[in-house]
Design a protein around this ligand. Structure first.
Ligand code: FES
Ligand code: FES
Length: 227
């Protein structure tokens, strides 16, 4: 209590520790909310208590099987496959979208699974190399790669085969590539070797098995079998 005419003693300023705690709490909360917004999750669904921050339950269809699990929102589709579901056919070459070793199919279109957030793959059908064929019944691309020795160490091969499978569908649809424009063949272009090289250029092979990869894709296209 203060007496009359006695100056009031002001409250002491907050200590650095208090400020630091407040700042940390603010950043943690803001981070969770903005991550939720960025991936299309309603803020209410972005969990804010410290124990479950950044995790979210997802249901995802992989090789025609529904899988439900809780993951960190930052998990890539590639890490979901390899680390959470033991589907290790898709390979991690660069983890930067540069090599194509992680290529999988999302609704039939090829994507780099290392650059795809697992949460963003919900609602799509994901097909990995494990879902393309069986040892008794290989897919057309698997069969063509086998018959043409389209691999050496095999590390890039699952991605190459997923890519070739999508290429088959793209060719069937009449999709164009840079080569199509350069050659002026912009109406359902024939899939020449140059077209194959261009369309497979996102898949790097460190063993340099390119001539046999091109031969495999050429055979697959000529046979016209679709998966
Ligand atoms: S691991 Fe995804 S592109 Fe290399
Ligand atoms: S076969 Fe070895 S990296 Fe392609």
């Amino acid at each position: 209590m203060t007496r009359r005419n006695e100056p009031e003693i002001p409250e002491p300023p907050p200590q650095d520790n208090d400020l630091e705690l407040t700042r940390r709490e603010f950043i943690a909360g803001a981070g969770v909310v903005s991550a939720g917004l960025a991936i299309g999750i309603a803020p209410a669904a972005a969990q804010t208590d410290a124990g479950s921050a950044h995790t979210v339950p997802i249901t995802i269809s992989i090789n025609k099987q529904q899988r439900t699990l809780t993951i960190d929102t930052r998990t890539s589709l590639l890490d979901l496959l390899r680390e959470h579901l033991d589907l290790t056919g898709s390979k991690k070459g660069c983890d930067h979208g540069q090599c194509g070793a992680c290529t999988v199919l999302m609704d039939g279109r090829r994507v780099n699974s290392c650059l795809t957030l697992a949460v963003a793959a919900q609602g799509a059908e994901i097909t990995t190399i494990e879902g393309l064929g069986t040892p008794d019944k290989l897919s057309p691309a698997q069969s063509a790669f086998l018959q043409n020795d389209g691999f050496q160490c095999g590390y890039c091969t699952p991605g190459q085969i997923c890519s070739a499978t999508a290429l088959e569908e793209e060719a069937h649809r009449g999709d164009l590539s840079l080569v199509s424009f350069n050659t002026g063949h912009t109406n359902h272009p024939e899939i020449t070797d140059d077209e194959i090289r261009e369309r497979m250029s996102g898949n790097i092979c460190r063993c340099g098995a390119y001539p046999n990869i091109v031969a495999a894709v050429r055979q697959m296209i000529r046979n016209g079998e679709r998966p």
